[in-house]
Design a protein around this ligand. Sequence first.
Ligand SMILES: [Zn+2]
Length: 267
Amino acid sequence: MGNTIASLATSFSRIWRQILRWELNQTWTTKIWKSIWSLEVPNKYKNLVLRACRNSLPTKQNLTQKTIIENPKCDRCSLQVEDSLHALWSCSGLDEVWEGDRWSFRTREVFADFKELCRWIIENGKPTKLFTIQVWAIWHQRNKIRLNQPCFLTKDLQQSAQEYWNEIRINNPMPDRVRPKPQPRWTGPPPNKYKINYDGTISNTNNTSGIGVVVRDCHGEVIASLSQQLDQAYQPVEVEAMVACRAVELSSEIRVDCAIVERVIRN
Ligand SMILES: [Zn+2]
């Protein structure tokens, strides 16, 4: 009986972690989509990057899988299968396009697919606009070569993308990041109700997470609060789930049964 319960607990834990991983992946897919789409560059650049993230470009790998062509090997290097990541980023024939300090991580970081590359670039504050322009230039040139049409030489792609990026920066001096959204102001609950705000933090450096909950009345007075340090750096969705549960528990402990629960809003 004990073994059966232990086995069930293990299975449940594994399934729960799979759900959390799936949710985290969905969260990141949405975040990448929003980050790319909010960039102030023409839609053709953003569309191409998002298509590459969805693996919907007509790469030689995709065309081979649809039995349209037989050879999936990249035309630039003739060595590797041409998927989105290879065609736009990792092919050795693109070394000249991605050379320079800002792209030096190309020789260190390994990515499973193009979406993972985009995620890394967004997370690490790399110039995302320039990235989308260079990606478009590479794909555009690749298609021109396949059609035997005149195009930039590979060695000139980085320079041409850089010049266009400079033009965009002169016309729009916003930082090359996702445009910050205005923070909504905290509003109090209606009379005779309470508002429970919660938030969580993760420190990968210290391998810890933290959660915090504050309960306020309709005048904004703090009725109760708690903060707690957790013993490891959990995933964001795990922290969010734990702090949301703790917020509901706290409202029960202090017998607040008429409350609005929401993530914290910083004024
Ligand atoms: Zn190649």
